[in-house]
Design a protein around this ligand. Structure first.
Ligand code: KE4
Length: 434
């Protein structure tokens, strides 16, 4: 089984000379699960092949965008057509941007107007600026462990790589900006009510991942989202759902349509770009019409809505709109979740698997993981060992406990069975050390 990683190690050594930490995004560095990342040579469907020729079943999917798998024929064809017949970017309006806006507003009833940007970070940053302008208030409230990209106001008790690397509140964020961000505990509505009772009139917006992926997957407790909607409405604050990860992932219209909640603003990204840089924010017309040039709130972007990213994104959405996609994603991911749990039970290792749609996280924890405290109390050293044992068996999980793994439409039942088998072997091996 011995896999060689010599070329990845050599390439990483060179990358470290030119790129901070050798990577262009921290969580890729494998810092919490190993001593070097894998350099990828290519992807195909549900598979990745690294530069040493090792093949893996991929459950990262570029952190969510690749819900159709790598190099889906429809995406490749759309990109080829765009490059060969249209071009990549004009910095001028194109019909395909309106087509993307139309499909988003059709999928999300709460979104009457939408603006394209180039990352999830830009989407949430812009949504916050808009919320502050619309309410004429400065403070925002986020939840510990939720990650909304790396803009200053949101790098406070953040999740994802910030949590993984132990810098949830990053240096470099000015004190007066950090002071404008209030934090509460996800799924603890009483704590939010207490903050609003003291400062509700100063709060411009509450922003959250309605199902979190960035402290690992944690589901909203019954009534939590509804309670936030009622509370924000009562105090005149905006409710912002960051569905950068969950949008078009867990359902065609994200978590909000499943829960029948209409946030005032929604942020999107990942899947709508089909693997190219993208983000979007949208919401009620009377709010969005404050965005320049319709209104005074400035936000801009050289490549926003560029035809190339729109072509890839629309190719993915057109596939996802076909009947049966989300049922298949749900079914495959449920089989995976049950298989992981069964293997842990057999090995006598406490494993909690939180699943929502085709995203899931396994926590080595004796208790249910229903909030940040429980997630961060899980056994991350055991996760590190498990991650390496799975990697050695050709399973590429997210290289951090505080992330989600994603199943795509390219994953087969055989992929899932192979993953369950690998997990059973890895957990059995770990149990022997207990
Ligand atoms: P980007 O700026 O990375 O496109 O999006 C930021 C963002 C916003 N909101 C949510 C809910 C997100 O999950 C993200 C980014 N997700 C991480 C992984 N959990 C991206 C991976 C990375 O940082 O390299």
């Amino acid at each position: 089984m011995g896999r060689s990683y010599t070329r990845s190690q050599a390439l990483f050594k060179e990358a470290l000379e030119y790129i901070p930490g050798g990577v262009n995004s921290p969580v890729r560095a494998f810092r919490s699960v190993g001593d070097h990342p894998l350099f990828i040579d290519h992807g195909a469907g549900s598979r990745l092949v690294d530069v040493d020729g090792n093949e893996y079943i991929d459950y990262v999917g570029s952190w969510g965008p690749l819900i159709l798998g790598h190099r889906h024929p429809q995406v490749v064809a759309a990109l080829k057509k765009c490059v060969e017949e249209t071009g990549t970017s004009f910095g001028a309006p194109t019909e395909i941007e309106t087509e993307m806006a139309r499909i988003i507003t059709r999928a999300f009833p709460s979104i009457e107007m939408v603006r394209m940007v180039n990352s999830g970070t830009e989407a949430t940053m812009s949504a916050l600026r808009l919320a502050r302008a619309y309410t004429n208030r400065d403070k925002i409230l986020k939840f510990e462990g939720c990650y909304h990209g790396h803009s200053d106001s949101l790098l406070i008790k953040a999740g994802s790589g910030a949590l993984t690397l132990g810098v949830p509140s990053s240096p470099g964020v000015p004190k007066d900006i950090a002071g404008g961000t209030l934090t509460a505990s996800f799924n603890h509505l009483a704590g939010v009510e207490e903050i609003f009772s003291r400062m509700g009139e100063e709060i411009a917006a509450v922003i959250l991942e309605p199902v979190t992926g960035n402290m690992g997957v944690v589901l909203p407790a019954p009534g939590f989202l509804e309670g936030l909607a009622e509370l924000t409405a009562r105090y005149g604050a905006l409710l912002i759902f960051d569905e950068v990860m969950t949008g078009f992932r867990v359902a065609w219209g994200g978590v909000q349509t499943q829960k029948d909640i209409r946030p005032d603003l929604t942020c999107l990204g990942k899947i709508i770009g089909g693997g190219l840089p993208v983000g979007a924010y949208g919401g009620r017309r009377e709010i969005m019409e404050n965005i320049a040039p319709a209104g005074p709130v400035y936000q801009a972007g050289t490549l926003s809505g560029n035809p190339l990213a729109m072509s890839a994104g629309l190719a993915v959405l057109k596939e996802l709109e076909k009947p049966g996609c989300y049922e298949r994603l749900d079914q495959l991911t449920e089989i995976l979740a049950q298989g992981l749990k069964a293997g842990a039970q057999k090995a006598g290792i406490p494993l909690r698997v939180n699943r929502y749609g085709s995203m899931l996280t396994g926590f080595f924890a004796a208790q249910e993981v229903k909030d940040y405290k429980a997630a961060t109390s899980s056994d991350t050293l055991l996760f590190k060992e498990y991650f390496q044992l799975m990697l050695a068996r050709g399973i590429y999980l997210a290289p951090s406990q505080f992330e989600a793994v994603f199943v795509s439409l390219a994953h087969s039942k055989e992929d899932i069975a192979q993953t369950v088998e690998a997990s059973e072997q890895a957990l059995h091996q770990l149990a022997a050390r207990f």
